[in-house]
Design a protein around this ligand. Structure first.
Ligand SMILES: Cc1cc2nc3c(=O)[nH]c(=O)nc-3n(C[C@H](O)[C@H](O)[C@H](O)COP(=O)(O)OP(=O)(O)OC[C@H]3O[C@@H](n4cnc5c(N)ncnc54)[C@H](O)[C@@H]3O)c2cc1C
Length: 504
């Protein structure tokens, strides 16, 4: 699928190979065979099929190489294995991701010290956890009447299941204890439940985590009119007569620039680099980069009380094989999203004379919805360049008094939940450095009217630039606390259908 010979012209050029760019390619391949599609990705292919999750790579050394190859153009920074391992003040990136080297915080602001990206075919979804919850209450995009159908379609594209960990011996115990603490007065949709996950179990029992490979599917891979070009940096969108007319791409191998004409351009280059490419192309609507929001994250651990040691047939490896992944949904009254899963399967020695039942330590994480502000933004500095030579991102980001109050409530709530499932490990929860969520939204947000508070319309087409579409978490206009990828893939489905209609 990869090659250095770029086409002169295509129907649709897609920038970025994460799950949202892949969703465009998939819907177009299914609904409009015959349209030519070129996908440009700045990072390399690191897995097989291209875009596959690196967790599916069995050999640890090969997996580590795939992670390192995804970590962008700069210095390789310190890595943290899990959010719980992050220490205050230490800027550590998760494997497969890299951080901004500068411009992530300014005087008098909170900044996003660990805002991260991935550069590889498959984007962050070659490294993700695969949690695909549905948004609830104010997380939902009220002006989209077809949201449920789009989310269901997003689940199909991402290969979401709910039963992969039904055999996990402690899963039901965790959920029963959480339910007893939380469910009273909640609707069915917001009660404690299994987390929908982009993973399936093969017949031989092996887990296969979904990445962009699953979103692309065979229909895209076998589409003779689809081509993927890795190590290809889109440096600008070409405009002609006020509409999108192509992309300029730099082949990172040869350094040569190529202009590829396109009838439609989709920019799916993550919540920092999608606005970056628009900025670099002179497309600068007032809301570009604004309303940036991250989900502040609070974590804690708890040791399950009263669980019997497991028999010899108990799982020996594998995150989540003991207690699965459980979900405490967001509500407007409790504006946090809970993800509860086993901590790393490696045994944690609490004390020599106190053996821990393997798998009985669960990690609890609460993500908080941000108080949205236009001033929270990513700007671009034409006088400075990033590691790829693009205008350098500058993050201006501040928590409001309401944000701080919500984080304090989340700390109290996670303590209550940790006590409900077992005995908390440690004396207090930990608030992660801002940016840890890896869920950055709002920077190319969707709206119903072009009033300066949004970048694109409800089909993800940029206001005033026909033929230019944006995709990714940046398009989400609401302050979600839940993991956003299912929602942004759902929005990509809507956009892709609009592209099909416009090119028919
Ligand atoms: C460890 C980890 C755990 C996560 N867990 C979850 C989870 O459980 N649930 C969830 O919903 N989300 C999770 N996420 C976040 C999730 O992976 C992202 O929301 C998702 O991948 C976003 O998809 P995307 O297509 O918008 O962007 P990305 O996946 O970020 O892909 C964008 C791609 O565009 C490329 N690109 C950027 N600029 C250019 C350019 N100028 N030219 C060419 N290519 C370019 C990038 O290299 C990248 O490959 C997690 C992420 C990580 C790293």
């Amino acid at each position: 699928m990869s090659g250095r010979r770029y086409p002169e012209a295509v129907d649709v050029a897609i920038v970025g190979s994460g799950p949202t760019g892949a969703a465009y390619a998939r819907v177009l391949s299914e609904q409009a065979p015959g349209l030519s599609i070129a996908m440009f990705e700045v990072g390399p292919i690191v897995s097989d099929p291209p875009g596959a999750h690196v967790k599916n790579i069995g050999d640890p050394a090969e997996r580590a190489r795939a992670q390192v190859a995804s970590e962008g153009p700069g210095e390789r920074g310190e890595k943290v294995a899990s959010p719980g391992a992050a220490k205050a003040g230490v800027r550590g990136a998760r494997p497969g991701t890299f951080l901004l080297e500068e411009g992530y915080v300014f005087d008098g602001e909170d900044g996003l010290p660990v805002v991260a990206m991935s550069s590889n075919v498959g984007g962050m979804a070659a490294h993700w956890t695969g949690a695909c919850p549905w948004p609830n209450e104010s997380e939902r995009i009220a002006f989209l009447p077809d949201m449920d159908e789009l989310l269901a379609e997003g689940e199909r594209l991402l290969g979401v299941t709910r039963n992969a960990f039904d055999a996990a011996p402690f899963g039901e115990i965790v959920r029963e204890r959480l339910s007893a603490a939380v469910d009273d007065g909640r609707t069915e949709a917001t009660k404690v439940q299994r987390m929908p996950l982009a993973v399936h179990r093969r017949d031989d029992g092996r887990l296969v985590w979904s990445g962009s490979d699953v979103v692309l599917g065979d229909v895209t891979r076998e589409n003779p009119d689809f081509a993927l070009f890795d190590q290809s940096l889109a440096t600008s969108v070409v405009l002609a007569d006020g509409r999108a007319a192509g992309v300029v791409v730099r082949d990172l191998g040869s350094g040569e620039q190529h202009e590829i004409a396109a009838r439609v351009v989709v920019v799916a280059a993550d919540a920092l680099r999608t606005p970056q490419l628009l900025w670099a192309s002179g497309v600068r609507p007032a809301a570009l980069g604004r309303y940036l929001n991250d989900q502040a994250q609070v974590v804690f651990a708890s040791r399950l009380r009263d669980v019997a040691p497991l028999g010899d047939d108990a799982p020996t490896t594998g995150l989540a094989e003991y207690s699965g992944v459980s979900w405490v949904p967001f509500t407007d009254d409790m504006p946090f999203h809970g993800q509860i899963m086993q901590l790393d399967a490696s045994p944690i020695a609490l004390a020599d004379d106190d053996p821990v039942v393997p798998g009985s330590i669960v990690g609890l994480g609460l993500f908080c919805a941000k108080d949205l502000r236009a001033d929270d933004r990513v700007e671009f500095d034409d006088a400075h360049i990033d590691g790829y030579g693009m205008p350098a991102p500058r993050i201006h980001y501040t928590l409001t008094a309401r944000d701080r109050e919500v984080i304090e409530r989340a700390r109290a709530e996670i303590t209550r939940l940790a006590e409900a499932v077992g005995d908390p490990v440690g004396d207090r929860p930990f608030t992660l450095p801002l940016g840890s969520s890896l869920h950055y939204q709002g920077s190319t947000r969707m709206g119903t009217v072009d009033d300066g508070t949004s970048v694109c319309d409800t089909d993800s087409q940029v206001w005033g630039v026909p033929g230019l579409f944006v995709a990714g978490n940046g398009v989400i206009p609401t302050a979600t606390a839940c993991n956003p990828t299912l929602t942004s893939v759902a929005l990509a489905v809507r956009g892709a259908r609009a592209v099909v209609a416009s090119l028919a």
